[in-house]
Every structure is written in C-alpha cells, then in structure tokens.
Design a protein around this ligand. Structure first.
Ligand code: NAG
Ligand code: NAG
Ligand code: NAG
Ligand code: NAG
Ligand code: NAG
Ligand code: NAG
Length: 327
C-alpha cells in the first residue's frame, strides 16, 4: 500500500469509530427553554398571587405594633430551623429600635411534622410570618412582594427603614445602624451593593437562565444585590404599589430593586458596607463590610464571636494571618 492509501484507510477507520461513538451516545437532552414554575401559560400577574385579605398561615402576635428605627425581614425557608436559630443567637438578638421577623412560604409537599415544628417555633419566639405561597427559589420574588405588602399594610407608620436580608447572611448590625442613624435624609432611600451593568443570562444551564419571553432586553436595569438591601418606609410603599402593576420576573433582586425601583423613580444608592460576592469567611479581614453573604449557621456564629466579641486581632498582625489560615 502506498502512503496515500494508508492515510485514506486510517481516515475511513477513524470516521467509522467516531460514528460508533456518536451513535452509542444517548440523544442529547432537550435544552430547557422555560424557567421551572414560570412556563408561558403561568400567570405573572402579581394580583393573582398577592392577597391583602387572605389570612397568613402564621402571623406573630402584635405584628408591627412596636415602634422603632428598623424593621428587619429575614427571608428564610420553612425548613431552615438551624439558620434561624443561629441568627436569633447572634445578630438577630433583641435590641432597642429594631424588630426582626422571619418570612417563609409553605412547603409544597406539606409535611405535617415540619409544619408542627414551625408552629412550635412560632409560639416560642413570636417572630415567624408564614404566608400563602410555595416556598421555592423561583418564588423568591413573591416573598419580597409579600414583604412589601405586609410593610405597607401594618408597619409603614412604625418604622423608618425596612431591611430585606437572607438567612445565609451575617450582618454587623451595629455598623448598619450607625450608617442609618447618621443619615440626614431619611426618605427616598434604597441602599445596598449596586450592579450597574449586568446582562440577562441566556445559557439554559445557568441558575439564573432567562428566556427572551420573560425578559426581552439584553441588559438589566441597575439593581442591588439581593442578599441585603435597605429602604426607607416611603420607598417600600412606592415599590409595593408599582409591583402590583409589574409582571413577576423570577429573579428577585432584579425585579424589586431594578425593574420596580426604576418604574417608581427611586434612585439606587451604593453603600461600601454591602458586599455581595465573598468567598473567605474570616470576617476580620474585611472589617469595612457589614454584610457577609453565603454563610452557613456555623459561619454566622463564628463571625459573631469575632465581631460582637471584639476578638479580631490587630490588622496586619501575625495572629490575623494565622487565623485567616484556620477559618
Ligand atoms: C401549562 O402547560 C403545561 C404543559 O406544557 C401543563 O402541564 C400545565 O398544566 C399548564 N398549566 C396551566 C396553569 O395551564
Ligand atoms: C432610636 O432611633 C431614633 C431615631 O429614629 C433615635 O433618635 C433614638 O435615639 C434611638 N433609640 C435608641 C435607644 O437607640
Ligand atoms: C409559587 O407559588 C404559587 C402560589 O403558591 C404556586 O402556585 C407556584 O407553583 C409557585 N411557583 C414556584 C416556581 O414555586
Ligand atoms: C457620618 O456622616 C458624616 C458625613 O455625612 C461622615 O463624615 C461620618 O464618617 C459618618 N459617620 C459614621 C459613623 O458613619
Ligand atoms: C454604579 O453607579 C453608581 C451610581 O450611579 C456609582 O456611584 C457607582 O460608582 C457605579 N459603580 C460602578 C462599579 O460603576
Ligand atoms: C416617574 O417619572 C416619570 C417621568 O418624570 C413619570 O412620568 C412617572 O409617572 C413617574 N412614576 C412614578 C411611579 O412616580
């Protein structure tokens, strides 16, 4: 055989083997073009989900009857008992001028024991609001609109500010309060970590995948990172009114602090204390922040020991370097 023939044979063999490989593979899975729970035929009209008259499953006694500077709504999930315990024992401890409530939805599979445990927890701490929507990641926008509804109906005369925060965040609450009490203008405030330019993600594999039918533009309006943001009472009421007329978009922070805020003409304010992406859990290295995200309950406790116990070693000391390796 001459060289040309050999090469030809080799190529044919390779193509044959390659075709075997391709045929033996499963046909590729169909690429999802819809977001789970928000198919094209599902209503996105807020009024179909939010009722001002329906009774919540669980409501604290004397809800919002105290007055104060700050109302904190911690967005939790029905089964996150450990996260709530960690927060109550740390940054969510009772203090003057601040009230804490946990906001949850309902268990889609309605496990009876979980609900009993939840009622127990509520009797013990009187800080649980369980509203009437399925508690899922893709329903977080409904959770936030529910928060605005409750604030509008019961709390807007009692508190100057509303803080939305997730249950996997450590908050240095003393610093946050300092920032609030030091402000001269206390209305028209919407404060957090700004994302100025973000594209909607069109890759169906992403957690934040958005089909064109749900959001046709390429870019989102500027918005605040959803882990924690603060608004003044007037802004909460404005955002609620606008949300009632704005089709639900399942990415919570983009919807509330981006789309609704823009429609309500509320200007976003960036605060250096709110960070969003954050990998290292050793808070002493990042004293300038008061919001730390992606924390497990044990990270929250550890952070609190260091921050509230004033146990951070001096900046630049060998102890700081040493502990930063440990945590
Ligand atoms: C929407 O369509 C799916 C099939 O694509 C169907 O299973 C579902 O029941 C429909 N939902 C509503 C609310 O009509
Ligand atoms: C509560 O907040 C108000 C401002 O709204 C402030 O004047 C007052 O000193 C605060 N009280 C306490 C006990 O911190
Ligand atoms: C959101 O909650 C509504 C009301 O309970 C429910 O019908 C819907 O299935 C939930 N959607 C998702 C994505 O969980
Ligand atoms: C309070 O505000 C003033 C000016 O607005 C600023 O210089 C000062 O650093 C602030 N203090 C705190 C504790 O944030
Ligand atoms: C985002 O916009 C705000 C307000 O316009 C501005 O203060 C901030 O510097 C901008 N941030 C970035 C990263 O461009
Ligand atoms: C926002 O401002 C625009 C232009 O000034 C105005 O037409 C619109 O009514 C305002 N929206 C709200 C909710 O105040």
């Amino acid at each position: 055989m001459n060289l040309k023939k050999r090469i030809l044979l080799l190529v044919v063999a390779l193509i044959f083997i390659a075709s075997l490989c391709v045929n033996s593979k499963q046909p590729p899975l169909p690429v999802p073009t819809e977001v789970e729970g928000w198919a094209r035929n599902v209503s996105r009209n807020v009024r179909d989900y939010i009722s001002e008259t329906a009774q919540a499953h669980i409501m604290p006694k004397n809800f919002c009857e105290e007055k104060g500077l700050l109302l904190v709504f911690i967005h939790s999930k029905f089964d996150k008992f450990d996260a709530r315990r960690a927060i109550r024992e740390t940054w969510g401890q009772k203090r003057d001028n601040v009230t804490f409530y946990f906001l949850l939805g309902e268990d889609k599979n309605s496990h009876h024991e979980v609900q009993l445990k939840l009622r127990d927890e509520s009797q013990r701490f009187n800080d649980i609001v369980q509203e009437r929507f399925v508690d899922s990641y893709n329903n977080l926008t409904l959770k936030s609109i529910t928060m605005l509804k409750l604030f509008h109906l019961h709390c807007s005369d009692s508190y100057k500010y509303l803080l939305k925060i997730d249950d996997d965040v450590y908050l240095n609450i003393a610093s946050a309060l300092k920032e609030l009490t030091n402000r001269s203008i206390t209305t028209n405030v919407l404060l957090g970590h700004i994302y100025n330019v973000t594209n909607a993600i069109r890759n169906p594999a992403s957690k934040w995948f958005v089909p064109y039918e749900l959001y046709p533009d390429e870019k989102y309006p500027p918005y605040l990172c959803g882990a924690a943001y603060i608004m003044s009472a007037d802004v909460a009421v404005k955002l609620y009114r606008v949300a009632l007329e704005t089709p639900i978009f399942y990415i919570e922070d983009v919807y509330i602090t981006g789309m609704c805020a823009k429609k309500a003409n509320v200007t976003l304010e960036n605060s250096g204390g709110f960070n969003c992406y954050y990998a290292k859990k050793y808070v002493c290295l990042y004293k300038q922040y008061f919001v730390y995200h992606y924390f497990e309950p044990r990270d929250i406790k550890k952070a609190h020991e260091l921050v509230a116990g004033k146990k951070c070693p001096l900046t630049g000391s060998w102890q700081e370097w040493f502990y930063s390796l440990l945590y």
